[in-house]
Ligand binder design. Sequence first.
Ligand SMILES: Cc1cc2nc3c(=O)[nH]c(=O)nc-3n(C[C@H](O)[C@H](O)[C@H](O)COP(=O)(O)OP(=O)(O)OC[C@H]3O[C@@H](n4cnc5c(N)ncnc54)[C@H](O)[C@@H]3O)c2cc1C
Length: 355
Amino acid sequence: MSKKVQVAVIGSGPAGYTAAIYTSRAQLETTVFAGYQSGGQLMFTTDVENFPGFPEGIMGPKMMMQFRTQAERFGTSIVDMHVTAVDLSHRPFKIWTTLPEGTDPQKLNDYTPEQQKELAASIKASEPEYVANSIIISTGASPIKPGVTGEAEFSAKGVSYCAVCDAAFFRDKETYVVGGGDSAMEDALALAKFSKHVTVIHRRDSFKASKIMQERVLGNEKISVLWNTTLEEIIGDQKVTGVRVKENGEEKVLSADGVFIAIGHRPQTSVFVDQVELDGHGYVVTRQSATEVGVTKAQAALSEGLVQYPSMTSVEGVFAAGDNVDVRYKQAITAAGQGCAAALDAERWLERQES
Ligand SMILES: Cc1cc2nc3c(=O)[nH]c(=O)nc-3n(C[C@H](O)[C@H](O)[C@H](O)COP(=O)(O)OP(=O)(O)OC[C@H]3O[C@@H](n4cnc5c(N)ncnc54)[C@H](O)[C@@H]3O)c2cc1C
């Protein structure tokens, strides 16, 4: 028989645990589905220096264990399983955690819509493990990784996916940014405030970033660009010491202290394909999405001058928070703030259903 929950939080990063702390403290029976990588992106980093409340900084995994403990303190039940299928067409919403034999959970978030549909169809033949009155989607977005030799080995030892988070650790150092879009430009500019020199590695002969961002980068005397260049390897010992690149087909090894990968993020939302509205990049659309479609939704939800349930998705009773919605900021504190907002929206929405 399916287990009933009032609030199902899918995802266990800063957004999910914060949402659970709020709904549990509001006496709503809450279950967090933590996924196969419990704790989210901060489990892969070392020092977090920009989350308020930790003046000396805190290790990412330690902070996420504290989030989890705090949620459990208020009665959140945590299921260390991945949600493999959902049916959001009727309430209560159905949730499956079945993992068919031979399925690699690590690959689930990279499934194409067709693969996900096939998986869901096989799973949905059985009864769902859980049914929920409301859902908060907080499955995050993972940075796209080029997968070059040395990248995984030196992750958090000179390889970073977040310049806003880590630029300050590279004062007077030699840093590299891989990418050519707006995020890469933002990262290069953030690093230029600290680094001795920043080199942007870009595989084409022009950037796809907005003109204004390109101008800022190209006009910054601390930043140079390697055009038509690919990153082939990240070299190091205990930490990064260099990069091997191919510039116009010619290989070279350059000395480096930091390598920042800025080639985009992939929202971990494949399980919600055809269930809630996603934008063209896979981000969950809510009434507070910082995109044109989000603005349209917000306008449609205006009532007496206020947007009703800003964190609600296209499905009533399903809310979303954190990096899977946030096309812009992708910080632990913004994810936590959105988790809080989604919890308050869910709480108010549930109250109205009962009254
Ligand atoms: C290396 C690195 C260093 C960073 N350093 C900082 C920093 O110093 N400061 C800062 O503010 N930010 C930092 N960030 C960014 C920060 O980690 C993210 O903004 C934040 O974690 C987003 O929180 P979230 O809750 O939205 O998602 P996430 O932290 O991504 O958590 C999402 C969770 O959902 C789970 N999940 C996914 N799909 C499913 C499913 N189907 N079922 C169940 N669970 C699922 C995932 O396994 C994961 O546990 C860093 C990011 C990286 C990659």
